[in-house]
Design a protein around this ligand. Structure first.
Ligand code: ADP
Ligand code: MG
Length: 379
């Protein structure tokens, strides 16, 4: 017997950024109401939702109001797992506080990846300076990352020597860190998986991701990698979601390593992912629609890819000192879709929007996306 939460039920979301905005649009399209909790009065999803609770994420009154929603989800992993557990006592919460707690901590995350029978990069946990005096040469050159709160390449430093490692540890000012060996990356891919239960689980096609300065720049779909490897990546994403008994949308970032093109899991995000934005324009179902469906106990919508594409992020970097970038560069294209998040302030490195180029092949779409990004930057 399944129990569906149906429109016009009120759905709640922790966080009001761009992921919450796209969630809100999907939910409202299907006839649901949306309540957003975000302390920022200018949060992009705030003005799209029916209700914007403008309060801290652990505000008891706001959480009480959110608990009156028929189901609650989150747009980011750094929400307190405690708040999610409290909410779960009063309403349907997905993903679970336990799953969010795994994704917000690189140490827990790595041990769950291994528990699911999957590979990670070689790593060592660092709990104090004493751990750095032990021989770390097996992990050098490496990347020292804080165990929690890292995103878009923040909270991580590349280290080549033991001395650099000590200096980096001091600089990060976090007792608990992880030292990862820097692996020979041949490609980076990610898979967004939508899971209700062991039977109801579907993956979107793998995206091939290119990062610039630690921030996702382009996602090419289909990835320019052997089909077999892509299917293996989807299989691994499902395996991980099953091991965690995950409910909702989860993204799994993977590295393709070395000549043997070995697939290792980098990290997971307990929510829709930037690399899954292409699904808005290039698939029959998108990742936000899946988030709505799964939190409501509905099976994931069937996924078919309509066209090859390339998604490109638009960062605050392309804003001129005064005014707006020249959007005609994107909008004059008949096969390019623009998504702006409505953020009031543009800053270097801040994700302000994205566009998706649809083409005959992902390589062609990528070439066009590069040219558009270039033109935006020059204006
Ligand atoms: P974030 O939480 O900031 O996304 P990631 O762990 O995903 O942090 O790292 C960001 C990027 O840095 C990755 O997408 C990859 O390009 C590079 N990177 C991270 N870890 C490694 C590693 N062990 N070896 C090589 N490159 C890495
Ligand atoms: Mg990452």
């Amino acid at each position: 017997m399944s129990f569906y939460i149906l429109p016009p039920a009120m759905l709640g979301i922790l966080g009001g950024g761009q992921l919450a905005s796209m969630f809100t649009i999907a939910a409202k399209t299907m006839g649901y109401g949306v309540t957003v909790l975000d302390p920022d009065p200018g949060a992009p999803a705030g003005c799209l939702a029916d209700v914007h609770l403008c309060a801290p994420f652990d505000d008891p009154q706001a959480l009480k109001t959110l608990a009156c929603c028929q189901a609650v989800t989150t747009e980011f992993e750094n929400v307190s797992a405690e708040s999610m557990r409290w909410l779960a006592k009063h309403t349907v919460v997905s993903p679970s506080g336990e799953c969010v707690a795994i994704a917000q901590d690189r140490e827990k995350e790595k041990s769950w990846i291994k528990k699911a029978g999957l590979d990670t990069v070689p790593y060592r946990m660092i709990y104090s300076t004493a751990d750095l005096h032990a021989d770390c040469s097996a992990f050098l050159p490496g990347i020292l990352k804080t165990a929690t709160l890292g995103y878009d390449g923040k909270g991580q430093i590349v280290v080549n020597t033991q001395e650099e490692l000590l200096a980096a540890y001091k600089q990060l000012q976090q007792a608990r860190c992880i030292l990862e060996k820097k692996v020979d990356l041949r490609a980076e891919i990610s898979v967004v998986v939508a899971r209700l239960n062991q039977q109801q689980i579907l993956c979107f096609p793998a995206a091939e991701n290119q990062h610039h300065r630690g921030i996702l720049a382009y996602s090419l779909v289909p990835a320019r990698l052997p089909d077999e490897l892509q299917h293996q990546a989807q299989y691994m994403a499902k395996q991980l979601a099953n091991a965690m008994d995950y409910t909702g949308v989860m993204a799994v970032e993977m590295f393709v390593v070395g000549e043997k093109m070995q697939l290792v899991v980098n990290e997971i995000a307990p929510r829709p992912h930037n690399s899954g934005h292409y699904t808005l324009d290039a698939c029959t179902a998108n990742q936000f629609e899946q988030q709505v469906r799964l939190m409501c106990g509905l099976p994931p919508a069937a996924i078919d890819m309509i066209t090859p594409c390339c998604m490109a992020n638009i960062l605050g970097d392309v804003w001129p000192v005064q005014g707006e970038p020249d959007w005609s560069i994107i909008l004059a294209h008949q096969t390019t879709k623009l998504h702006l998040y409505g953020k009031k302030q543009a800053r270097i490195g801040r994700k302000m929007g994205h566009f998706t180029v649809l083409a005959e092949s992902s390589s062609q779409a990528w070439q066009e996306a590069l040219a558009i990004s270039d033109a935006l930057m020059k204006k």
